[in-house]
Write a protein that binds this ligand. Structure first.
Ligand code: NDP
Ligand code: 8X3
Length: 257
């Protein structure tokens, strides 16, 4: 029996990339999975892969939701509201533009998704964790939250905010058994850069050109490690990056031919 058996896990941003990899990795571990995102067709594909990996259909709930909306448990069916693990993964960057030329709409989308979306889910779900005496919140920050890079301005700021929120939540949960983990990856090849460049996949591919980036599954495996430590162990903070990356801007592009 898996250490996580019987636990209910909500993954935001489960339709793609790191969130989808988390769903697939957790699928054979006898958990109940709530997969949340806006694109339901993509969520359905992830759900199909979870079923192929071993999840029972009864243990799978797909939720079409935009995290920029304030969230309440009433948006989940009765029977799915006792969440043990929250993976706050939904997030995005928009644009790579110097601040004086920045698009206000891009800033708002990043701030509303990466900061406020994470806060809404956390506010709705952590009181039940405290009440039931168990829970784990995993927040997807980024190396970008530790090191601001040129034209990264607002995206980097949102990820610095995630880091501060993770620290603050850990402090505020002291005296409860609820755990908090902040995960800061470097370059991960997902839809991330295509979203950043508003669908320009050629430009997106150039971000990962010449190096072997992390995969969504590399990050998911790291999250699983944190989730499966004994109850008295809180993995607070993880920075992981490709071997071919040293800082937000220092990358060796000779490693992938
Ligand atoms: P993807 O673009 O592949 O996945 C992003 C996910 O977030 C999608 O499932 C998307 O679903 C969801 N999402 C975005 N906006 C919303 C919204 N308003 N409401 C609900 N869901 C939303 O990127 P990644 O997997 O790479 O990104 C996952 C997280 O990891 C993000 O927080 C990102 O900042 C972070 N990260 C990524 C790194 C990278 O290099 N890729 C490195 C470090 C951190 P949908 O569009 O269907 O709603
Ligand atoms: C995503 C990593 O360096 O592309 O957070 O911003 S980076």
């Amino acid at each position: 029996m898996s250490r996580l058996a019987g636990q209910t896990v909500l993954i935001s941003g489960a339709s793609s990339g790191i969130g989808a990899a988390c769903a697939e990795l957790l699928a054979p571990l006898e958990v109940r999975l709530i997969l949340l995102a806006r694109r339901t067709a993509k969520l359905q594909l992830v759900a199909d892969r979870c079923v192929a990996a071993g999840t029972d259909l009864d243990n799978l709930l797909l939720v079409e939701w935009d995290v920029r909306q304030p969230f309440g448990l009433e948006h989940l069916p009765v029977g799915w509201r006792s969440i043990d693990i929250l993976i706050n993964n939904a997030g995005l960057s928009r644009g790579l533009t110097k601040l004086p030329a920045g698009e206000v709409a891009d800033w708002e989308e990043m701030i509303d998704t990466n900061i406020k979306g994470l806060l809404y889910l956390t506010r709705a779900i952590t009181p039940g964790m405290i009440e039931r005496g168990r829970g784990h919140v995993v927040n997807l920050g980024s190396m970008a939250g530790r090191q601001t890079y040129p034209a990264g301005n607002v995206y980097c700021a949102t990820k610095a905010a995630v880091r501060a929120i993770s620290e603050g939540l850990k402090i505020d949960l002291l005296g409860t058994p609820v755990r908090v983990t902040n995960i800061d990856p470097g370059l991960v090849e997902t839809e991330f850069s295509a979203v950043r460049f508003h669908g320009d996949w050629e430009k997106a591919d150039r971000v990962y050109e010449g190096l072997t980036p992390l995969t969504g599954m590399d990050v998911a495996e790291t999250i699983l490690f944190a989730l499966t430590r004994p109850a008295h162990v809180n993995i607070s903070d993880i920075l992981l990056m490709p071997t071919a990356q040293s800082t937000a801007t220092l990358v060796d592009r000779q490693t992938r031919k």
